[in-house]
Unconditional design. Structure first.
Length: 125
């Protein structure tokens, strides 16, 4: 897995042979508050590829991964939006691990940062 951050967007990508997945969390910038239940939005492929994922299943697995991260960490980074590419490959269950890993990664980044960082949420998913 590979992590990236561009401004307020944290991304995790997974590429294994012909399979590929992208998950993004948009975190609040200075002065913004995170949402208790941020929307989970589908990104369309720029090349208009056919959807390969079942969005409802992806959302279920993202929520599961975030719940698992909260149970382990006791908190989650504040998130304003969650995004995934509907044209990525399956299985949908991989988004559980992607959400968990990205939430843990952002939490570690925030805790080790000496600069202003997005707030953390302790609420339920």
């Amino acid at each position: 897995m590979q992590f990236q951050q561009k401004k307020s967007i944290y991304s995790v990508t997974r590429i294994t042979g012909p399979q590929h997945n992208l998950l993004q969390f948009k975190v609040p910038i200075s002065g913004e508050m995170g949402l208790e239940k941020p929307p989970i939005n589908e990104l369309k492929s720029p090349s208009n590829c056919e959807p390969l994922l079942i969005p409802k299943q992806v959302r279920k697995h993202i929520r599961s991964g975030l719940s698992r991260a909260r149970a382990e960490l006791g908190k989650l980074p504040a998130i304003n939006e969650i995004r995934f590419l509907v044209s990525d490959t399956g299985p949908e269950s991989i988004y559980d691990e992607l959400a968990y890993t990205l939430a843990c990664h952002i939490t570690r980044e925030i805790e080790s940062s000496n600069t202003s960082a997005p707030p953390m949420l302790r609420g339920r998913w």
